[in-house]
Design a protein around this ligand. Structure first.
Ligand code: SF4
Length: 1023
């Protein structure tokens, strides 16, 4: 597995944009007395003055550094053929300069003019970089790029990835500096340039963090890219080591394109004389870039599904499928190999109702889309036997039971929760069969897991690999907050996966935990299509996942940040083909189902997906369009005009979607698939999976840039014996029979059957993983989230517990451990109680010793935990409602916490409370150093007042849980003393007055605001 994505905002203490320019020291020469000097810059984007300094660095450093400028332009009259020779001369020039003692090379295109065209800076830079590497000279000099072509974050990331230690984007900066009427005054001139540098820096951090890289220095020259559409010969020469799977244009076509741009820029086209090109990369523009979703396609799709007209749907499909001119997707350039002799009548093809079972809707949470839209998709998918996906926002338990005659959406969920009612049929279901859990995300309780047919772990998603979602506070209504166990108005930030999934072993553990949480559900892992995804998918299959989703680069709703929509991930055609080939070669394909997802719009897309190896197919944007979305891309603003992606009650009234329309859409898709299958002579969709012999490259492609493409690697089928499965046909062995919980369930029968109190005693060893979870699953299945009365099942363990002790522990169960526990204790705690105290034989001081591992109480929802000792790193990350008392914690404690209470009776590590938007932490700060360890960006540190003082000074509206801090804190410490026999707690209670004053309260600003708003609302209602 590659590095998991990290969070560059909340964990900026590990991020750095510092770049060293110049010769590199010998990594192994630790005792070198006189290592070469290097220039340090705080970040790699140079402004005018810094660039000028580099240009005259000789003068500023007394000759210690010498810079040499390499001009990458050449006379346009030489034409495209000249580029190869020019690149060769640039490389020779660079080599000569380094050998003659220059230690900074400036790769510059500033001499571009009407007669001189620039070689693309990336090509020139990478060519020089690779040449110097090949000659063993790269570490003797630094590379700085001065170019007019770098504008967006991605351009900088590419230059960095191919060796640029610093970049001066001259045209972008000149434009901002001299901008007049277009830009407000405060953003022009030096201030504008400063903002631009800052924005690019933040963007670079985001890009680096997606790949789990935290420093610019590591990113420089790391080449974390895959080329799509470049000839291998060119890549091998100028971008050595980069993957390129579909061939494409060579260096002369690149020159041709540069010359065309050049001529347009310096030509006399009247349209371009006063204005730039229309652009339209991100949103549809007339005369701009082509987009798949044109207004015409949207109108046709909506019309066809509303009127149930397959003919109109075919018009829509024609617009999408006909890419002979638009060239928007790789699959648009494929063609089916139809042998008319083998075609069969359509009646012989399996019926559409069988095919639609393989369809699923994408993971869009209730919160990002409205209740009406979310339930419409669920009803439709349940009607056709497909699967809808909750997204990561939890689900209302009211939706679980089947619909009875006469019920409507409002009568089931509550009239105050539905703005536009939807008629329901008897036997309908509002339950999403796929429950997404991401990692430690919202509303993941034992009951939620038990309502799933499939549980999906989101490692990444199409448009936003590695980015956690963020639901802004204004979208967190009371209902959403209730489902996510949070506070209305408090923003919810999702952590990226690195907190609990740092390796394939961690992922295997999470899969095991979820399988214990619901043994009847299949476990899915969502990956994003990228180079190497096949290897990751093989790892996922070995880690016992039952299902893997390969998401293409173009997924993601309009809520994705614009900087993330492009350039991340690859088309699913590439990732899916690689996954299929790797799984088949390793004989792992049979035991894992493969789903493909990402801008699936037509039956043709589905047929190609099946041929490249998918068993199932995910659709997100298209069904949303069917329910009314008009691709306004306002999803993040809560102003969606058609009531799809908004929580605004007035806008939700405008929602026009109907489950019937969505059902029509999926049946149309299936019908189109059937037509294709009939022409190919295939009777069942299962027989189409992996049949890459049925695909070919489209003949007669006209576009000059498409000519070099070669899809033979994608269409390759591994030659394996016939018994090796090429589609999903076997089951994973999860090894659940070894679980300690079988014995616990047996002994707990009186409690499970009749709610009687049961006490169990048993030894435990570290091979006993995920203890208590299957038992919780039984409780949740029978008693729902409210569980049993506290402490109904009390289990006393002695020994060393394995990973995920008490994960998703349901209410009514207490796990009492004498000993110690590994990582993930109390993950997703769902109301249960956990106490851990050292064995009586332990001689050390619990205050100084780790008793539970890392990532404890991750994503806890409710319940209590008491640890007599220190916890590792990432304690209570994403806690949304549980109480925990502990005697010390490592780094990143309470990160992303949105609710609950944490009491730390000792020291904390760094970055405490980063991204914490709710709940309260009380920390004993004996030496006064806590303020240096706490991340103050979202919280304030306050004293814990005595009750009378709090009464006098602080409005009751702002009291946590409506109680005084002193009372809360003291009460929890008393419980800690009682449950764990903690000497530390007893000492604090004995000298309470002195210790109370040493406690600090960590109070999130968002939580404070939300408490105030809720109180005002209550008063208004009462008035
Ligand atoms: S109409 Fe616009 S805001 Fe609404 S869901 Fe579609 S893209 Fe998002």
């Amino acid at each position: 597995m590659t590095n998991p994505p990290i969070d560059p905002i909340r964990e900026d203490l590990v991020m750095s944009l510092v770049s060293f320019i110049g010769p590199k020291p010998n990594l192994l020469g630790i005792d070198e007395t006189n290592p070469p000097m290097r220039l340090e810059v705080g970040q790699p984007v140079l402004d005018f003055n810094q660039m000028d300094t580099i240009r005259h660095i000789d003068y500023y450093t007394g000759g210690k550094f010498k810079s040499f400028e390499i001009d990458i332009t050449y006379p346009v009259a030489w034409g495209r053929q000249a580029i190869e020779a020019r690149l060769a001369s640039l490389c020779a020039q660079a080599e000569d300069a380094v050998r003659s003692g220059y230690n900074i090379l400036i790769v510059s295109d500033r001499k571009v003019d009407a007669d001189h065209v620039a070689i693309p800076a990336l090509l020139a830079l990478s060519g020089i970089h690779q040449h110097l590497v090949g000659k063993g000279l790269r570490t003797s000099a630094g590379l700085v790029v001065e170019t007019g072509s770098a504008r967006e974050v991605h351009h900088f990331a590419l230059l960095a990835g191919y060796g640029a230690e610093a970049i001066h984007p001259c045209v972008a900066m000149e434009t901002i500096f001299h901008a007049d009427a277009y830009i407000p005054e405060e953003y022009r001139g030096e201030k504008g340039v400063k903002n631009y540098v800052k924005a690019i820096g933040k963007g670079l951090m985001k890009v680096m963090s997606k790949m789990g890289i935290s420093t610019y220095m590591s990113y420089t020259g790391a080449q974390i890219f895959e080329a799509v559409g470049l000839a291998k010969s060119m890549v091998d020469k100028y971008f050595t080591g980069t993957t390129s799977n579909v061939e494409g244009i060579g260096v002369f076509e690149v020159a041709e394109e540069s010359i065309r741009h050049h001529l347009a820029a310096f030509g006399d086209d009247p349209v371009l004389s006063k204005a730039l090109e229309a652009g339209g990369e991100y949103a549809f523009r007339v005369r701009g870039e082509e987009h798949m979703w044109t207004p015409d396609a949207i109108a046709k799709l909506q019309h066809s599904t509303r009127t149930n007209s397959f003919q109109t749907f075919k018009d829509y499909a024609r617009i999408i499928n006909d890419q002979s001119k638009r060239h928007m997707t790789l699959r648009g350039l494929f063609e089916f190999r139809i042998d008319p002799a083998k075609s069969i009548p359509i009646e012989e093809v399996e019926p559409a109702k069988e095919i639609v079972r393989r369809f699923a809707t994408g993971a869009m949470s209730l919160g990002s889309i409205s209740t009406e839209a979310h339930t419409t998709l669920a009803i439709a998918m349940n009607r056709i036997g497909g699967k809808s996906n909750t997204g990561e926002g939890g689900e209302d338990p009211q939706r679980y039971a089947p619909i009875k005659a006469g019920e409507t959406l409002a009568s089931r969920l509550g009239r105050d929760r539905v703005e536009r009612d939807i008629e329901l049929q008897e036997g309908d279901s509002l339950r999403s069969r796929i429950k997404q859990v991401a990692s430690g995300r919202f509303g993941v309780t034992a009951e939620y897991l038990n309502s799933a047919d499939q549980i999906q772990i989101k490692m990444a998603q199409g448009a936003k690999p590695g980015e956690g979602g963020q639901l802004p506070g204004h979208k967190v209504s009371e209902y959403i907050a209730e489902l996510r166990f949070s506070v209305p108005g408090v923003g919810l930030i999702s952590p990226p996966p690195h907190h609990d999934i740092y390796s394939i072993e961690d992922l295997a553990q999470l899969i095991h935990d979820l399988k214990n949480g619901n043994p009847r559900a299949s476990i899915s892992v969502k990956l994003v299509s990228e180079d190497g995804v096949g290897t990751v998918a093989a790892g996922v299959s070995k880690a016992k996942a039952d299902h893997v989703t390969i998401a293409g680069h173009d997924g993601g709703s309009g809520a994705s940040p614009w900087s993330s929509i492009k350039h991340a991930g690859t088309p699913w055609e590439l990732g899916l083909a690689e996954t299929q080939q790797t799984l088949v070669l390793n004989k792992l394909r049979g035991r894992i189902a493969v789903q493909v997802d990402g801008q699936m719009k037509t039956g043709r897309d589905v047929a190609i997906g099946a041929i490249l190896g998918a068993d199932e197919f995910g659709f997100a944007t298209a069904p949303l369009v069917v329910t009314g979305c008009i691709m306004m891309r306002k999803c993040h603003l809560n102003t969606c005009p058609v009531g799809v992606a908004t929580q605004d009650p007035e806008l939700r009234k405008k929602f026009k979607g109907q489950p019937e329309h969505v059902v029509n859409f999926f049946f149309f898709i299936a019908e189109e698939v059937r037509e294709i299958m009939a022409s190919l002579g295939i009777r069942k969709l299962g027989e189409l999976i992996g049949r890459t012999d049925l695909l070919d490259m489209k003949k007669g492609i006209e576009h000059w840039k498409a000519k070099g493409l070669d899809f033979s690697r994608i269409f390759q089928m591994p030659h394996m014996p016939p018994e090796v499965a090429i589609f999903h046909s076997e089951k994973q062995d999860h090894g659940l029979e070894k679980a300690l919980d079988h014995r616990l369930i047996e002994l707990a029968q009186p409690a499970l059957q009749r709610g009687e109190k049961v006490t169990i005693e048993m030894p435990i060893r570290n091979v006993n993983r995920t203890v208590g979870t299957m038992l919780s699953s039984e409780v949740a299945r029978k008693y729902g989230n409210s569980g049993l009365a506290d402490d109904t099942i009390h289990v006393r363990f002695a020994g060393s517990a394995g990973q995920s002790f008490g994960a998703f522990l349901a209410k009514g169960i207490t796990l009492d451990l004498l000993g110690e526990a590994n990582d993930y204790v109390g993950k997703g705690l769902s109301g249960g109680h956990i106490c851990v105290q050292p064995s009586p034989k332990f001689q050390g001081n619990p205050r100084d010793n780790i008793i539970v591992g890392n990532t404890v109480m991750y994503g806890a929802i409710a319940g209590e935990a008491y640890f007599r000792g220190v916890a590792g790193e990432r304690f209570c990350v994403r806690n949304s409602g549980a109480l925990a008392v502990v005697e010390g914690v490592g780094d990143h404690g309470c990160e992303y916490m949105t609710g609950g209470t944490v009491v730390v009776l000792g020291t904390t590590g760094r970055n405490f409370a980063a991204g914490m938007s709710g709940g309260i932490a009380y920390v004993l700060d004996e030496d006064g150093s806590f303020n240096t360890l706490c991340n103050p960006s979202m919280v304030q540190i306050e004293p814990v007042l005595i009750e009378a003082e709090q009464e006098a000074k602080v409005s009751r509206d702002l009291w946590h849980m409506g109680q005084a801090d002193e009372a809360i804190l003291r009460g929890f410490i008393e419980r800690h003393a009682r449950y764990t026999n903690s000497a530390r707690a007893k000492e604090i209670l004995d000298k309470w007055a002195g210790y109370r004053a040493k406690f600090v309260k960590v109070f999130p600003t968002e939580y404070r605001r939300a408490l105030g708003e809720m109180a005002a609302k209550r008063r208004k209602l009462a008035a």
